[in-house]
Ligand binder design. Structure first.
Ligand SMILES: [Zn+2]
Length: 478
């Protein structure tokens, strides 16, 4: 058996790879409903990028199929089993402040700079060229290899949902849309609301509180469930305590807890503001939740009855409870890590609904029903109803599955480095495949420029990734 030098094969095609990747990146494939039509549900730019990728595959001798412009595939090889490579041709909007035009795809100091360079058009083209290498070497395959190109990964994943309604699910596969070495496990993801209507609260018929110091009129914190809120605001009407005293206590509270905020008095009302630190909701302990921190101050006041129930619930179960400890739903999984709880949005309206919007991520050793029934029961006691807004179950491929072990071996051979496998709290495109992992393109230690200005992929990494993908395709499909 001759050994193939995959890097050398890639270097032979370097100029073509770079040029083709540049042309691909020069197509602005941002979601554009204004140019949507039949066959181009997400607009002309994305359609053009899809056609470009298909064109490169067709020219390389692959068979292509378009699925209504939602997704498309390109296939080669033969056999019953199907190896899938799932990537996406859409990009997030470019935003401002770029050093070079975002769709010029210029090479600056060894970096190919463009929107989509690392996420996900650069690696998509790397994988296509990897397949071209396997084809051009005339290597015998016992399986089919199929590129599946999605078109709205950056929004709602309608692409893969539509595609898999009619098309074959690969036996196994990978997505070049995250990190090397390999992501084999992803937590379950949920967006939940706990909502208490005025009627539901009234039905509890709680007695009016004695000695009310202030009435809570309104509270608002956060915009998104998957972010830690960095701003919160509450409006109080002083009753048993005068405004001066509450304001003074608030300033003292900020000082004691080393927090930033402000208090203003207008028309007999007090407006309390709290500043926190926003981080991604998958790791809420790294941030400072302005909403629950503000609640923690309010909890020390005697408020009107309904506000008391809202504040008490939040202070007991959500304040600095990043793992659901007080709710009794904490779970630490050796492989996937802890269940995490982020209170992304808090809304209270004395005349309307009282709401918490939560983002809870959970490992595979606990079921959704197990923990959500506990949460729901605690919520019900305070007249909150739990509603599931979004739920993705945990995704995991057995670490001993040949998909994982083969890709690990390929990575180690190509890089000379050990291929540790990763479990994450986020979601990758890999979970769209029944047996799917994320495999590259970002190498360990590289800053992640996806979705940032001056997004880039190092030309050397583009080449290295191509060599890795070429061997991976061959080893999986031979
Ligand atoms: Zn992506």
């Amino acid at each position: 058996m001759t050994t193939i030098n995959w890097l050398e094969e890639t270097l032979k095609r370097k100029e073509d790879l770079i040029k083709t990747t540049q042309s691909f990146l020069q197509i602005k494939s941002v979601l554009d409903p204004s140019t949507a039509r039949e066959g181009a549900p997400f607009g002309e730019g994305i359609r053009q990028a899809l056609d470009f990728a298909l064109g490169v595959c067709e020219e390389a001798g692959m068979t292509i199929k378009d699925v209504g412009g939602y997704a498309a595939h390109a296939e080669f090889g033969e056999g019953d089993e199907l190896i899938g490579i799932l990537s996406h041709v859409d990009v997030v909007p470019e935003g401002d402040g770029w050093s070079t035009p975002p769709y010029a795809a210029e090479i600056v100091e060894g970096k190919l700079v463009a929107r989509g360079a690392i996420d996900d058009k650069g690696p998509t083209m790397a994988a296509i060229f990897a397949a071209k290498i396997v084809k051009e070497l005339g290597l015998p395959l016992s399986k089919r290899v199929r590129f599946i190109f999605g078109t709205d990964e950056e929004s709602n994943w309608q692409c893969v949902k539509t595609y898999f309604q009619t098309e074959e699910m690969p036996t196994m596969g990978f997505t070049p849309d995250a990190d090397f070495p390999l992501i084999y496990a992803e937590k379950g993801l949920t967006d939940l609301t706990l909502c208490q209507t005025p009627a539901a609260f009234a039905a509890k018929a709680l007695p009016e509180a004695d000695g009310v110091q202030a009435k809570l009129v309104r509270l608002q914190a956060g915009l998104r469930m998957n972010m830690v809120p960095d701003k919160a605001e509450a409006v109080l009407v002083p009753q048993g305590l005068d405004a001066q005293t509450i304001a003074q206590r608030y300033r003292q509270h900020l000082e004691d807890h080393q927090l930033t905020g402000s208090v203003q008095e207008t028309d007999g009302r007090l407006v309390l503001q709290m500043e926190g630190k926003s981080v991604h909701g998958m790791d809420p302990g790294k941030g400072v939740n302005a909403g629950t921190e503000l609640i923690h101050f309010l909890h020390a006041l005697t408020l009107d009855t309904r506000a008391t129930s809202y504040v008490r619930f939040a202070d007991r179960y959500l304040y600095r409870q990043h793992y659901g400890e007080a709710l009794g739903i904490a779970r630490h999984d050796e492989e996937m890590g802890p269940l995490t709880l982020n209170t992304g949005v808090l809304e209270y309206d004395a005349e309307g609904d009282a709401i918490f919007r939560l983002n809870i991520r959970y490992p595979h050793s606990v079921t959704f029903d197990e923990w959500s029934s506990v949460l729901s029961a605690h919520a019900a006691k305070a007249a909150f109803v739990l509603e599931v807004v979004e739920h993705l179950t945990p995704h995991r491929v057995d670490p001993n599955h040949p998909l994982v072990t083969t890709l690990q071996r390929v990575y180690a051979e190509q890089t000379g480095e050990e291929a540790g496998i990763i479990a994450i709290g986020g979601a990758t495109y890999g979970r769209s495949l029944d047996v799917g992992v994320a495999f590259g393109p970002l190498f360990p230690g590289r800053p992640d420029s996806a979705h940032q200005r001056d997004e880039y992929i190092l030309v050397d990494d583009l080449i290295k990734a191509t060599a890795i993908y070429a061997q991976a395709i061959y080893e999986l499909a031979k």
